[in-house]
Design a protein around this ligand. Structure first.
Ligand code: C5P
Length: 230
């Protein structure tokens, strides 16, 4: 079976507070989303990269992606939530992707994904019956707050992981999982698969695959990318 990548990029980046959706913020001269597209499109195991944009998106086409990534497929079928965008993307891919093919769903907002991260995920998951995700063990002590901003409990961090993307599942399973779970707005693909009673595999990644949520994250992403010479 083959591997495909799906990048949901139909968010408006409201938490970030910029005028632009964060996937279009400039990082070292390129739109943030360019980095994830590049790393996925260059990986030898990934047959094709699909990007899901919102129907109103006018920014993706201001960059000449056809020249740089001729095989890239752009789907203008973003939904109201991330899960809806992924579900719409999976439906639109169905003609070209077989039920047993792998789909690696990756956030546009994780620009520091590397070839090495992809190698580990694919090697760790491709013989698995469920699928799996990149994740890192939680390093901090976690506190649960009460309504007054005081500590109500300390969550033992043993066995706790921070989920990242890509998240890698077979097309048919992921489609079924999201069709079942989409109304509950799962925040990742694994959550939807777990709701079917399955246990996705954790593949240990590293903290460099950070998610750009706040402006300070953008500076850090720039540092990581420039250290690698990209
Ligand atoms: O907002 P958040 O950081 O969780 O978004 C994660 C990814 O999901 C981003 O790449 C964003 O563009 C995408 N997204 C989407 N459709 C939505 C909301 C978010 O494709 N309705």
């Amino acid at each position: 079976s083959h591997c495909f990548a799906l990048i949901p990029a139909a968010g408006n980046g409201s938490r970030f507070g910029a005028a632009l959706p964060k996937q279009y913020l400039t990082v070292a001269g390129r739109p943030l989303i360019w980095y994830a597209v590049r790393t996925l499109a260059m990986h030898p195991r990934i047959r094709r990269v699909y990007v899901v944009l919102s129907v109103q998106d006018r920014l993706f086409d201001t960059w000449d992606w056809q020249t740089e990534f001729p095989g890239l497929a752009v789907l203008r079928c973003g939904g109201a939530t991330r899960a809806m965008s992924v579900l719409n993307g999976l439906r639109a891919m169905a003609g070209e992707v077989a039920a047993e093919d792998w789909v690696l769903v990756h956030d546009a907002a994780r620009p520091c994904l590397s070839r090495h991260h992809l190698d580990s995920l694919i090697a760790g998951v491709e013989h698995d019956s469920v699928g799996g995700i990149l994740a890192i063990p939680v390093a901090d002590t976690l506190k649960r707050s009460d309504a007054q901003g005081r500590i109500a409990a300390t969550a033992p961090r043993e066995g706790l992981w921070q989920a990242q993307t890509p998240q890698m599942f077979r097309h048919a399973l992921l489609l079924r999982a999201l069709e079942t779970a989409v109304s509950r707005e799962p925040t990742d693909e694994a959550g939807a698969v777990e709701a079917l009673g399955l246990k996705p595999k954790l593949v240990e990644g590293d903290a460099s695959n950070l998610k750009v949520t706040w402006p300070r994250d953008l500076r850090l992403a720039e540092l990581i990318l420039s250290d690698r010479g990209t």
